[in-house]
Structures are given as structure tokens and as C-alpha cells.
Design a protein around this ligand. Structure first.
Ligand SMILES: [Zn+2]
Length: 92
């Protein structure tokens, strides 16, 4: 399925800012030793945002992270996230 491919392709291979190799730390987080900072892939961005704003809706997450809404919904479908404690209520 196309969305499954989108999600599995989400992993970063290089730092989006400097292009150097990054270390995968898990859960969508990476560390760039060149920039000396943590960078996130789409999954990591959404996860990080939800840690700060646990009650956020899919639309709010999408606007804040720039991650496609369909991708976020797919992550929720895969039970990677619980949004507002009622994952499937927030999907429409
Ligand atoms: Zn970098």
C-alpha cells in the first residue's frame, strides 16, 4: 500500500540541514554530530509535537509539523499514536 511505503520511507539517511550522516536514536529521532543537535523525521516530528501538545488534533499536528495529514492518520491507524485518548474519533 502506498501509505505503508510513505511511512517506511520516512527514515532519514542524512541530516536535512547539513547533509552529513546522522545517528539514529530511535522513535524518529536522530543526532547530527556536525550540527550538534537532534533532528527528527516525520514520525519523530509528530511524536515530539504530541509530547508537548498531547491534546492536539490531526489538523493542528499537520499545521505545526508540516507532515501530511494522511500520513499522520496512517500513523494513528498503526497505533503509533493516541490522539486525544480516542484515536479513531479524531481522524475525520
Ligand atoms: Zn547536520
Amino acid at each position: 500500500m502506498e501509505l505503508d511505503r510513505m511511512i517506511s520511507d520516512v527514515k532519514l539517511k542524512a541530516c536535512p540541514e547539513c547533509g552529513h550522516t546522522i545517528d539514529y536514536k530511535g522513535l524518529g529521532e536522530y543526532f547530527c554530530r556536525t550540527c550538534d543537535k537532534t533532528v527528527y523525521d516525520d514520525y519523530g516530528k509528530v511524536r515530539h509535537f504530541l509530547e508537548e501538545y498531547p491534546g492536539a488534533t490531526v489538523l493542528q499536528i499537520s499545521q505545526a509539523t508540516g507532515v501530511d495529514k494522511a500520513k499522520i492518520r496512517h500513523m494513528v491507524d498503526q497505533d503509533k499514536f493516541v490522539i486525544n485518548g480516542h484515536p479513531r474519533d479524531s481522524l475525520m
